[in-house]
Design a protein around this ligand. Structure first.
Ligand code: ADP
Ligand code: MG
Length: 260
């Protein structure tokens, strides 16, 4: 059972969290996303499905404001990110937790320090430095690690953990951040089927029990259909379909993976 924490943003009304308005993203001459229009509401559980290079990671980076669109607008909680000062963008980013495919863990540090990195948006530089010697918020980290099922690894170095355990540390770090939204970029790409199931079920539990809005990019569309409410099919930078999961057919998915 996952413990409930205070989360003001998650309990706001049904105004959209994300609105992408005609968004295009270009890297040099590569058009990574093309005219994307997309709305995500609080509490939704959305899977982004598409082959490698379809634009999933780029989309996630636009949602969390770490990338800016080339054209079009990204609105988060009713505000156009491009119109905000960096302090306001950071405030919004504190409410968006991202689990990156590369995890971004510091391998030679203990699990507790990696989990505590979830506080960095709130901590002063002094607190962050002090905590590296004398870990602060041990109770919060312990709680997060028990929620992801590896509490016994608190003082283990990250590079001694298996891939599935490292994935759990990355999720625990997001739990400590306590955001309203969790974006997970291919969280099961490097895991075996059993570990994959556990990680997806854990993310879905965060959505169902804590009302965290969940956007997950995935290769595996069967997983998306089984666990997610809404599936967005991306192909070559475009939204090919955006439907409730139960309406997505294998023909639609075949179209997604067909070379165009
Ligand atoms: N930082 C970047 N610089 C140049 N091209 C990029 C960059 N990020 C993504 N791309 C290109 O944008 C397209 C979409 O990439 P990406 O969003 O990583 O897709 P996915 O996550 O679905 O595999 C690809 O053609 C990729 O090569
Ligand atoms: Mg990717």
């Amino acid at each position: 059972m996952i413990e409930k924490t205070n989360n003001i943003a998650a309990n706001q009304s049904r105004n959209p969290i994300f609105e992408l308005k005609n968004v295009t993203k270009k890297f040099g001459s590569v058009l990574s996303l093309k005219n994307i229009n997309l709305t995500v509401y609080p509490g939704e559980r959305v899977a982004l499905v598409g082959s490698s290079g379809a634009g999933k990671s780029t989309l996630i980076n636009l949602l969390n404001g770490t990338m800016n669109p080339t054209t079009g607008e990204v609105w988060v909680w009713g505000q156009n990110l491009a119109s905000l000062k960096s302090a306001s963008v950071r405030q919004i980013q504190r409410q968006i937790g991202t689990i990156y495919q590369q995890l971004h863990l510091v391998d030679n540090l203990q699990v507790i320090h990696n989990v505590n990195a979830g506080h960095l948006g709130r901590w002063s530089l002094w607190q962050a430095a002090f905590s590296l010697m004398f870990p602060l918020e041990v109770n919060t980290a312990t709680r997060a690690l028990s929620q992801v099922g590896i509490v016994e690894k608190l003082y283990q170095r990250c590079d001694r953990l298996s891939g599935g355990q490292q994935q759990r540390v990355a999720i625990a770090r997001v739990l400590v951040q306590d955001p309203a939204v969790i974006l997970a970029d291919e969280p099961i790409a490097s895991l075996d089927p059993e570990r994959s199931r556990e990680i997806i079920e854990l993310l879905c539990q965060l959505n169902a029990e804590l009302n965290k809005t969940l956007v997950t990019s995935l290769h595996e569309w069967e997983v998306a259909r089984k666990y997610y409410q809404r599936i967005i099919g991306l192909q070559d930078g475009r939204v090919l379909f955006d439907y409730p999961a139960k309406l997505v057919t294998s023909e639609m998915v075949d179209g997604l993976y067909k070379a165009n």
